[in-house]
Design a protein around this ligand. Structure first.
Ligand SMILES: Cc1ncc(COP(=O)(O)O)c(C=O)c1O
Length: 469
């Protein structure tokens, strides 16, 4: 398939295959028909026509234990048969108690309390609402402002979009959001003024402190940051010094520190929490989702220290919940997923097999200068594509790189998650974050199909734009 010559007509034609009651999201991004997936097993998804796709990104970094796990499916079915629902405000049930205890044990000291949610955005909102309610209960009602990074992504609800760092959201959010200040993210690849990543991290930390001073510490609720970035930065990993600085600054000004580990938590980076990589910069709150339910169930969690939760309980309590929080079937699924993590040592595998895959990707980069940067930690990586590896110049917008590589990936047996973020201002990348169960042989297969995909893309760019990549 080559790039559309008349994109508008092409989109209209392709959309003939879309539609129906579920298709709310007509957009230019739907340039190729999305394959209809019928079944999934291990690291593979299968289309209705039998085509096999290797799940390069675990969906949007969700399917950490792989697909089609019969043990998890059976645990869910058993729970549904035994006791389908009991409301968390009027009762307790064993799956809820066991799951929260298990998460707290894996998270370790400082995270003795676990609030369950039905996904990442909801868990992020719970974290912010919890801190806000704590501040109000302590007579610090002026603490309203959330500081976060630009770029960043924290969710799709109005509250979490407000703290997401994406300039394209400005018109949508103008006058329609919770108060938020953005500081420049500690990016490592394209740093301003030729700074080293460490210098850029210092700059970012200094911007945090300046923002706190400017707005007044008594007006700031918390600083929210992804310890390893997701799609918005292409897995940016700020240097360690950034987290130490940030912790010191938050302590100095009495500001809460929140790690959004919705995407990078639950074992992806080779530790159960990404926060475990930074013992001197432990956040006050950690938010998990995605890999916790691993695609089998919508599940998120807010982890908080007993000291804060118990103090608030004495004052006003935390007064917000959702109907489906901590429902038994979800909790049974979450427990079974954690059993698989343990049985298959998936956190250890993220480090070990992640390092193997990284080695294979590094070798691919040597053959493919279109790969400008490989970033990430453990089994959470992104490849950034460039027109020139020396100048780090991005690919021309006309190449529609991210979308075309996704589409060509389908033709080469790959399901790739990518999306142009911030209008491509910060570059173009794809997520390479397969299930943590992936074998070394499957990593080899992934890299070989990826190379075929990149070669097809380069041929297309040469034909359409006359550019040699
Ligand atoms: C870092 C981060 N935070 C929050 C969210 C929102 O999670 P959800 O889509 O489950 O609401 C996401 C989702 O991609 C994410 O990557």
């Amino acid at each position: 398939m080559s790039a559309p010559q008349d994109p508008k007509a092409e989109i209209l034609k392709l959309r003939e295959g879309l539609g129906g009651p579920q298709d709310l999201f007509y957009s230019a991004a739907n340039q190729v028909p999305l394959p209809i997936i019928e079944r999934a097993e291990g690291v593979f998804l299968y289309g209705e026509d039998g085509t096999q796709y290797l799940d390069v990104s675990s969906g949007p970094v969700v399917s950490n234990i792989g697909h089609g796990n019969a043990y998890v499916a059976e645990a869910m079915a058993h729970q549904a048969r035994t006791m389908d629902f009991a409301y968390s405000r009027t009762s307790r049930h064993r799956p809820n108690m066991a799951l929260t205890a298990r998460i707290a044990a894996l998270a370790g000291p400082g995270y003795e309390r676990v609030g369950l949610a039905s996904g990442g955005s909801e868990a992020m909102e719970a974290a912010i609402k919890f801190l806000r309610q704590y501040a109000v209960a302590k007579g610090q009602g002026s603490r309203r402002i959330v500081i976060s990074c630009n770029p960043s992504y924290h969710g799709g609800t109005i509250g979490t979009l407000s703290i997401t760092g994406d300039d394209a959201l400005k018109p949508f959010l103008d006058g329609f959001s919770i108060p938020s200040i953005k500081i420049p993210a500690a990016l490592t690849y394209r740093t301003p003024d030729g700074m080293t990543p460490e210098q850029n991290a210092e700059r970012s930390a200094a911007a945090l402190e300046a923002a706190i001073r400017d707005a007044g510490p008594h007006n700031i609720l918390c600083f929210v940051v992804e310890p390893v970035g997701g799609l918005s930065t292409g897995c940016n990993v700020p240097p360690d010094i950034f987290f130490n600085r940030v912790r010191q600054i938050c302590d100095r000004h009495g500001i809460f520190l929140v790690y959004d580990e919705v995407l990078c938590g639950t074992g992806r980076t080779g530790q159960f929490l990404a926060a475990h990589h930074y013992p001197d910069a432990k956040p006050d709150i950690v938010v998990l989702a995605k890999g916790l339910g691993a695609g089998y169930t919508p599940l998120g969690a807010m982890l908080a220290p007993a000291r804060l939760v118990d103090e608030l309980a004495e004052l006003t309590g935390f007064n917000f919940s959702h109907t489906y929080n901590a429902n038994p079937v979800t909790c049974a699924a979450g427990l079974a997923v954690l059993d698989i993590y343990e049985r298959e040592d998936l956190v250890g595998r993220a480090g070990r097999v992640g390092a193997y895959l990284r080695g294979r990707l590094d070798a691919l980069q040597d053959r493919q200068p279109i790969i400008g940067d490989i970033r990430g930690r453990g089994m959470l990586m992104a490849l950034e594509f460039v027109a020139d590896a020396t100048t780090k110049a991005s690919l021309p917008a006309a190449s529609n790189a991210v979308e075309r590589i996704r589409a060509l990936g389908l033709e080469n047996g790959l399901m790739i998650y990518s999306r142009r973020t911030a209008g491509g201002k910060n570059g173009d990348w794809i997520m390479v974050s397969p299930p943590l169960t992936i074998t070394e042989a499957e990593c080899d297969e992934l890299v070989s199909r990826l190379e075929a995909t990149l070669n097809a893309f380069k041929t297309e760019v040469k034909a359409n734009l006359g550019l040699d990549l």
